[in-house]
Write a new protein. Structure first.
Lengths: 261, 266
């Protein structure tokens, strides 16, 4: 039976979390974890169908939430998402920025269009969401938690994902700058950095040779499973458990980065 | 998919440096999360307060106080064997014992250097080495090395201490690599500025505290409860895929040594 201490530290009852990219595999699991801790979750993304499957699991477990559509790289769409969330639930306490796209195009063949598309989805969208939701947190004096989803490739150069790595490195940097900027207001900004979790964004670049190469220097000798991001998500999201965590990169990678230069 | 549990009911932890300061706090937090505990200090008598505080929680945890000097190899082997024999297993190790000799680098003596490094770095390694076989045979384990912001930043007057903590960060990565295949995670919990018995003298100086608070983005030094969440995360199933990491719990000091504006009061 969980002790009062654990309930006190990690409970999110009464809080509202907006998970941009919550229709995907990894952020969907994070959303499910937040709902399991008592938060009302808004799964924001493009696919209502994927959201419905996740919401069915959330409600079956006694959680609550909804799907709201968003085009993450559109300022207007993000503004609408914020307003619709406030209209529906009255407040926002937690923002997860996890929409993303990847591409294995060889460096010399990357077009300006592809470069721009990945930056729009992976970086510009995070920048705009931090502005739009951050303005609300600042004005309403909410000690919010912002969790931006980074990437191993934002820390360590990985082959074949040039643009993606650049876009994620920018997210890591923005998170640290905002952590510093908003800390005096009690708003904490951290980066959650997944290692190798096979999901829709990276499955296309994981061939057998690459898999062997990755696991050779992963201490845990296995890939991560989406639900293994939940513990770190709850720690960073909670005002109590994460009270003094600010500006960190929480790396959940089975020890990949500890064994890699 | 139920949420991972931060609960430690039925787990056994081995915690060094448990007589006072952050270590005493860690003992109470682990106990409140349901853990049985082997707690150590150089003298068993020094553990009486911690034992009493755990018993006062009324959680019913088993507590075994043990004498352990982390600078003494035989002492490490004896205490860890006693704990393993008593509980039959050790699930969690918190390597907390540490010391400091705060002085300008030019004044550091051979003895200062040895005392700090032998306690903070050599002690951390050999306690882990003594405990790990019990975790390997179980196919799982959690090792938490206590570090500090000096794992990643230089501070004047802390040369041996900083070198020892930098070593602990490195050791954490190496041991994670060694023992990862056995289901053991090894991480470093690195607190920022917290008032403890070791540094209390600094906090008596109001001017210094003001200086400190201006440099911590969250605008205050750490309070003991600030470490509970991260400790339980690293000790529990919730961190199953986290290993080799140094997790700073520092209020953001590592991203903002200088704040551009005075922090507004919350």
């Amino acid at each position: 039976m969980p002790s009062y201490l654990i309930h006190d530290l990690f409970d999110l009852t009464g809080q509202v979390a907006v998970i941009i990219g919550g229709t995907g595999e990894l952020c969907g699991a994070m959303a499910e974890g937040l709902a399991g801790a008592g938060a009302t979750v808004v799964l924001a993304g493009r696919s209502e169908e994927k959201a419905a499957a996740r919401l069915a699991k959330i409600t079956a477990a006694g959680g609550q939430g909804c799907f709201l559509p968003v085009e993450a790289s559109s300022r207007t769409s993000l503004e609408t998402l914020k307003q619709e969330t406030l209209d529906k639930y009255g407040r926002i306490d937690i923002l997860v920025n996890g929409a993303g796209a990847n591409s294995p195009t060889p460096f010399l063949e990357i077009t300006d269009e592809e470069f721009e598309r990945l930056f729009n989805i992976n970086t510009t969208a995070v920048f705009m969401a931090c502005q739009i939701f951050g303005e609300y947190f600042v004005k309403e004096n909410i000690p919010a938690a912002i969790i931006n989803v980074g990437s191993m490739s934002g820390l360590i150069p990985l082959s074949r994902v040039f643009t993606y790595s650049m876009t994620k490195a920018a997210v890591h940097n923005l998170s640290r700058n905002l952590a510093r900027e908003w800390a005096p207001l009690g708003i904490r900004v951290n980066t959650l950095v997944p290692g190798f979790f096979p999901a829709e964004q990276n499955r296309k670049v994981l061939n057998p040779e690459r898999v062997e190469n990755i696991l050779r220097h992963t201490a845990a000798k296995r890939f991560g499973e989406a639900h293994e991001l939940i513990g770190a998500t709850l720690l960073l999201a909670s005002r109590k458990a994460g009270s003094f965590l600010n500006g960190i990169e929480m790396v959940v990678d089975g020890g990949y980065s500890a064994m890699t230069i | 998919m139920p949420n991972p549990t931060f609960d430690l009911t039925g787990k056994t932890a081995f915690l060094t440096g448990a007589s006072r300061g952050l270590g005493k706090g860690f003992a109470l937090t682990l106990a409140r999360a349901g853990c049985d505990l082997a707690i150590t200090a150089r003298s068993v008598e020094d553990l009486a307060e911690t034992v009493a505080a755990i018993e006062a929680l009324g959680v019913g945890n088993k507590v075994l106080p043990l004498a352990l000097d982390v600078r003494d190899y035989d002492s490490i082997r004896t205490a860890t064997s006693q704990a393993a024999a008593h509980f039959g297993k050790i699930d969690i190790l918190v390597n907390n014992a540490g010391c400091n000799r705060r002085k300008p680098a030019l004044d550091v003596t051979w003895d200062d250097w040895n005392t700090v490094l032998d306690t903070n770095l050599r002690g951390t390694f050999f306690v882990a080495q003594a405990i790990a076989p019990h975790m390997i045979s179980a196919g799982r384990g959690r090792i938490i090395n206590i570090g500090s912001v000096t794992c990643v930043a230089g501070y004047a007057g802390l040369a041996p201490y900083g070198a020892s903590r930098g070593g602990v960060k490195q050791l954490t990565m190496s041991l994670a690599s060694d023992w990862g295949p056995h289901g053991i995670t090894v991480n470093c919990l690195a607190p920022g500025w917290f008032k403890t018995a070791q540094n209390a003298v600094l906090y008596d100086n109001e001017e210094w505290v003001e200086y400190l608070c201006e440099r911590i983005p969250l605008g205050r030094p750490g309070q003991p409860g600030d470490l509970d969440g991260t400790l339980l995360f690293l000790a529990s199933d919730a961190s199953a895929y986290v290993t080799g990491q140094t997790i700073l719990v520092d209020g953001g000091i590592s991203v903002g040594q200088v704040t551009a504006l005075p922090a507004p009061k919350p």
